[in-house]
Design a binder for this molecule. Sequence first.
Ligand SMILES: Nc1ncnc2c1ncn2[C@@H]1O[C@H](COP(=O)(O)OP(=O)(O)OP(=O)(O)O)[C@@H](O)[C@H]1O
Ligand SMILES: [Mg+2]
Length: 261
Amino acid sequence: MSAVTTKAPLVSLRNICKSFGGVHAVENANVNLHPGEVVALLGHNGAGKSTLMKMLAGAYPIDSGDILIRGEKVHIRNPADSQGLGIETIYQTLALADNLDSVANLFLGRELMTPWRTLDDLRMDADARKVFARLNKNFKNFRVPVRRLSGGQRQTVAISRALYFNASILIMDEPCAALGPEETRMVGELIKQLKAEGVGIFLISHDMPDVFGLSDRLAVMKNGKMVGTYNTKDVNEDEVLGMIILGKRPEGKVQAERNEG
Ligand SMILES: Nc1ncnc2c1ncn2[C@@H]1O[C@H](COP(=O)(O)OP(=O)(O)OP(=O)(O)O)[C@@H](O)[C@H]1O
Ligand SMILES: [Mg+2]
């Protein structure tokens, strides 16, 4: 690996734009993500957070702008392109197939096959047990349709995909929104663990304690535009709320968008 690529951010979103009809959902958004870094993406409802991340996940094509992965410009046309680049997404809605069980959801679209080109159910079952156990020791009923699972169990299934397929870049859109305190703590622990392994994480969250407890940097969006990006330790909650609500950057604070690479 050359010196240039080791220095480049894991993800660099540059001047990204996306409109839906007349609505500018995302306008000239810039943000970087580095290995082992958690970047919190903040903003009011409709600010453009999910839309920005969905372009990285391949759910929507970008209108204009550039996506660079490890310093190289990429074209993400669909979710498979995104997954092929090591990007896994946990959507706000979890996006599980409700009638299928947890094992089938883990491997959905990426089923393991035997050399005879049949589904390798034994291996999928065994591998799924391992990854579910790592996430949630109490999770046993993974052979029932996921619609019958609790919020935390559904979250376990969603996150298991990122773990199993060795994501290097993880997008988590409100991962704790439907969870109780114990399950939220579990997701927080998992984020710290993945971070220590060098995974870069975009975390969309409305929860200030989560944001301050988990993120290294935070980027605030308002009306599709990036208001500012700061080291989390350099700003306080009032300053963050000022950016979210008023679109006002804190006075005398230096932004922390590292644009090398
Ligand atoms: N598929 C779509 N078709 C049309 N408009 C859309 C679509 N997706 C998002 N929008 C619009 O784009 C804007 C940004 O929406 P987005 O979902 O990205 O916001 P968000 O920051 O994720 O909000 P929330 O916190 O509520 O999840 C909104 O005005 C929304 O109505
Ligand atoms: Mg959203």
